[in-house]
Write a protein that binds this ligand. Structure first.
Ligand code: SF4
Length: 911
């Protein structure tokens, strides 16, 4: 193996580093000449996830590193927010003043007055926000772009106990189904995997109203009407059930589909419902063999009449504590010969409690009932997908096994929770959850060892006392996404309570905004954004701007970031953060996860001027807060059962710097200093086992859920008062749900498509990227264009209804690009969170309102379960921009503007 740092000549060296221009953390070589990064390249020898390729975003990182938009010193606001007037201050002054203000505000309003918005996920730093939130004591922190994509992506853990991962299939995958994931741009590395598997015979089905690069390669492109995917899946489920194509063995053995559902309460029938002193961990099924009730015991991991898997499971837990695993199958993995739980039927059951006789049906029967009306013809009438295609695609999915299903991005609608329930149904009835070639459960299966705690593991929000957690905004109103679900799920995972935490716990965006506006249920006055351009990602930009302009509403707004952004322009303090080239990193994603191997990435160049890692800011802040109250430093808010690695490692700020913290962890878990770890590039935890990556349910004998099964019937939804199996709900602002508005807004916007080179709101200021992708394309069918009097390459306005506080920013510009493969009536706006670094702050906050689709989103009728808005299913209208509009907004980037964004020289960097 080559060294982590290879000298080419006296002044030039190659450094083994980890690209973090998107989520994947690919290993790359950075060539450094005279202390300056000059090249980023892949290397096939470096292995996954990029297998030697460095995508366009990695190459452009050089321009990001030296962008003139980089922040170099801590800045304190010297004028009004958004005026662009700043005073350079020292880190000490900035942090001391911030700490004093935080302390004063916590005393006055309570810790929950602070929110920590997280958006574009930099998970090598974003976890710091968790620690800062917990240090302050607020439950209102987000991890990632929650309502936009993170929540729906990981929401399925309410069904399986943990979320699944899809990498575009494997050699074993027969069929990959993608719901509107524009992989060619969003995940170019994953797109290569998909195409390689396709070459080997894997079928590719892409469900997307817009045929992009990726969909054009598909065996089946399914152009669904935006926001109606739930209906499509219900239609496909009906075909699969009617034709008997579901994986009966998997469904019966590994899902709760045979469990009986009470006709009176809608909950699952328990032994304690029918037998005095019966167990509430025994779920009742109807046994076809003996024509009577029998049970599955989730605690004993046992079918009635079969062997118990409990002793085996307990043994796995002991092994887990020693970082060991087993490949031995659980005795409870097989269904005993004496039982065959029924999937269909209706049964009268005598309760032992008040209520007498009730009718019960298996959850699978309930599903069959729910989809009964979804004939291919009915499905076509709602979704626009031709009936014969519904049948053909469903048959493919039901026949080609294993199937890998990527829920993608199409879900971004107000019915997202039901969408995830529907995807869950598709995954379970095709028997694909945690099977080889199917949807693999994430690395943290409770009984698979994870020998080395990542910073994420140590930072989940579960350390707050319950009464504080329950103050999370949205906790009681969006119960699956923001609160109550966690209280249930944390019971499922006693070994790793943090599994139930980080991906699920966040406040509801609209509730946060309303709390800031109205002071109810309590006022939000403080915002601390850790490397997050949150203002560009939040719907209803207009309402947030009004709040930020009013210093009696938002008393403190702190932003850390790598570059100046519209969000940072509205802050009181802006603190410079490091880039991925400027920090060392221990990667738990590549060769990490549940594996004992970890990649150690090296810093390639020194931080620009006074840029610091966000951890270092958090540690400083904690110390500064400690001047007012020692408990901020001592971790008073760190609840004792915080997580598996509680105690010493549960302390948030064990060192002053991130490298100091990693040194502590390296010495403890790897037996060597971090410096040595970095030299080795890949390190193994001594003595730790590598667990299997699939079919872990066979080994554990159960899924990490309340029922011990993959929950086809979502017990979380049911307990939270929401439908436990998918029901179709029309998007909140669609031509069908709002015909009154649709008279004036007759088109449907599907926003947030991808264009090459960007990552959410990032990289708009890179000349290479802007030469490639200068402006936001609006893909429309020529028929629609003709109807609305616009032509190819015209600048047009895309406009939403002004209601809900969207005005005056409820219209954005874009450039027409004809796509014959976009259904008529659909407006597909590429990208989201566009802003214009080529413009000054005086020019409407760097053009923050001109191209930002988030400003078009309605938030008042969002998803009841999760709070998600209608990002991809929002009515709109289009019309041509006038000459005056174009003269005013100057949408085309000019050569002068590009030149002004060119990388700084070494001399300029040093200023
Ligand atoms: S930007 Fe490209 S090279 Fe960098 S981590 Fe993402 S996929 Fe890998």
């Amino acid at each position: 193996m080559e060294n982590a740092q290879t000298s080419i000549d006296g002044e030039t060296r190659k450094v083994y580093a980890g690209c973090r221009s998107c989520h994947l953390n690919c290993p790359v070589w950075v060539t450094v000449k005279d202390g300056r990064a000059v090249k980023v390249e892949g290397d096939p020898k470096l292995g996954p996830p990029n297998m030697g390729k460095a995508c366009v975003r990695a190459s452009e990182a050089i321009q990001f590193e030296y962008s003139p938009t980089r922040l170099r010193y801590p800045l304190k606001r010297a004028g009004k927010r958004g005026e662009g007037k700043w005073e350079r201050v020292s880190w000490d002054q900035a942090v001391d003043e911030i700490a004093a203000k935080i302390h004063e505000m916590v005393e006055k309003h309570g810790a929950e007055t602070f929110v920590l918005p997280g958006r574009t996920g930099r998970h090598d730093m974003g976890w710091v926000a968790h620690r800062i939130a917990r240090t302050i004591g607020t439950p209102n922190n987000y991890y990632g772009a929650i309502q936009v994509c993170y929540l729906p992506q990981f929401h399925e853990q309410v069904n399986y106990g943990f979320y699944t991962a899809t990498g575009g299939g494997s050699a074993a995958t027969k069929c990959h189904v993608s719901f509107s994931a524009e992989q060619a741009y969003a995940w170019p590395i994953q797109a290569q995997t998909i195409m390689a598997n396709k070459e080997n015979g894997m079928k590719l089905i892409v469900v997307d109203p817009v045929q992009g690069v990726y969909a054009s390669k598909a065996d089946e492109w399914v152009p669904v009407r935006p926001g109606t995917d739930v209906g499509l899946i219900m239609g496909m489920a009906k075909v699969i059930i009617d034709k008997g194509l579901y994986d009966k063995d998997y469904v019966v053995r590994w899902s709760n589909a045979p469990f009986l559902v009470r006709g009176d309460t809608g909950g699952l029938l328990l032994e304690s419902d029918i037998v005095e002193g019966g167990s509430d961990k025994r779920f009742m099924v109807w046994d076809e063999k003996e024509d009577r009730l029998k049970y599955w015991d989730a605690e004993e991991i046992q079918w009635e009449g079969g062997p118990s898997g409990k002793a085996h499971y307990d043994h796995l837990v002991e092994l887990f504590e020693e970082n060991k695993t087993s490949t031995e199958k659980s005795p409870a993995a097989d269904l005993p010969d004496s039982i065959m739980p029924a999937l269909f039927g209706e049964h009268e059951v005598e309760l032992c409690t008040r209520g007498g006789k009730i009718t019960c049906i298996p959850a699978f029967q309930m599903l069959a009932n729910n989809v009964a009306e979804w004939t291919p013809e009915h499905t076509e009438s709602i979704t626009g997908v031709p009936a014969d295609q519904v049948e053909r695609v469903a048959t493919m999915i039901g026949t080609l096994k294993p199937v890998d299903i990527n829920q993608g991005m199409q879900y971004m609608s107000t019915n997202v929770s039901q969408y995830v329930n529907a995807i869950n149904v598709l995954k379970i009835i095709t028997g694909s959850v945690d099977v080889a070639g199917g949807n693999v459960l994430g690395a943290f299966y409770p009984v698979t060892p994870h020998a080395f705690p990542s910073e994420l593991d140590l930072s989940w929000a579960d350390g707050l006392p319950l009464e504080q957690k329950r103050k999370r905004l949205g906790y009681y109103t969006h119960r699956v996404g923001c609160g109550y679900a966690w209280e249930e799920m944390v019971k499922w995972q006693p070994i790793r309570p943090q599994n139930a935490d980080g991906a699920m716990l966040f406040p509801d965006l609209t509730s946060v905004m309303e709390a800031a506006e109205t002071g109810r249920p309590y006022p939000v006055h403080g915002i601390i954004a850790i490397s997050s351009n949150w203002l560009m990602h939040d719907p209803t930009l207009a309402r947030w701007l009004k709040l930020l302009e009013d210093e009696t509403k938002i008393e403190l707004h702190v932003v850390t970031d790598v570059v100046m952004t519209p969000t940072a322009e509205m802050a009181d303090y802006v603190l410079p953060a490091v880039t991925w080239m400027e920090r060392n990193f221990l990667n738990f994603g590549t060769g990490g996860g549940s594996s004992p191997l970890h990649q150690a990435y090296n810093k390639a160049v020194e931080p620009l001027c006074e840029a610091r890692h966000d951890y270092d800011f958090g540690a400083m802040l904690s110390k500064a807060l400690g001047k007012y109250d020692k408990r901020y430093v001592e971790g008073r808010l760190n609840h004792e059962w915080t997580n598996h690695w509680a105690g010493e490692y549960g302390k948030f700020w064990p060192a002053d710097t991130i490298d100091g913290q990693r040194d502590l962890l390296s010495r403890e878990f790897l037996g060597m200093p971090f410096e040595d770890v970095l030299k080795r590039r890949v390190v193994a935890v001594p003595g730790a086992d590598t667990p299997p990556s699939t079919e872990r349910f066979l080994i554990a004998g159960k899924f990490p859920t309340d029922t011990g099964k993959a929950n086809l019937f979502s017990t979380i939804h049911q307990k939270c008062g929401y439908p436990p199996l998918p029901v179709y709900i029309e998007p909140a602002e669609s031509p069908l749900s709002r015909p009154d508005l649709a008279k004036d807004f007759p088109l449907v916007g599907s926003y947030g498509k991808r264009q090459a080179g960007f990552f959410h709101s990032e990289f708009r200021q890179l000349p290479w990227t802007r030469e490639m992708t200068r402006t936001p394309d609006v893909f429309i069918n020529p028929e629609t264009a003709a109807q609305f009097g616009v032509a190819e390459n015209d600048w047009i306005w895309v406009e939403s209804p002004p209601t809900g506080g969207r005005a005056p920013y409820n219209k954005i510009m874009g450039k027409v690009s004809f796509r014959f493969m976009v259904a008529p009536g659909i407006v597909s706006y590429s990208q989201h969170a566009w802003w214009r670094p080529e413009k000054t702050v005086e020019e409407e906050l760097h053009g923050a309102f001109e191209w930002n689709t988030e400003a078009l989103i309605e938030v008042e009728n969002n998803c009841p379960e999760t709070g998600s808005g209608g990002y991809r299913s929002q009515i709109c209208r289009i019309y041509k921009a006038t000459e005056e509009d174009i003269a005013r907004y100057r949408p085309e980037i000019t050569r002068e503007q590009l030149e002004a964004l060119m990388p700084m020289t070494p001399e300029e960097c040093a200023k």
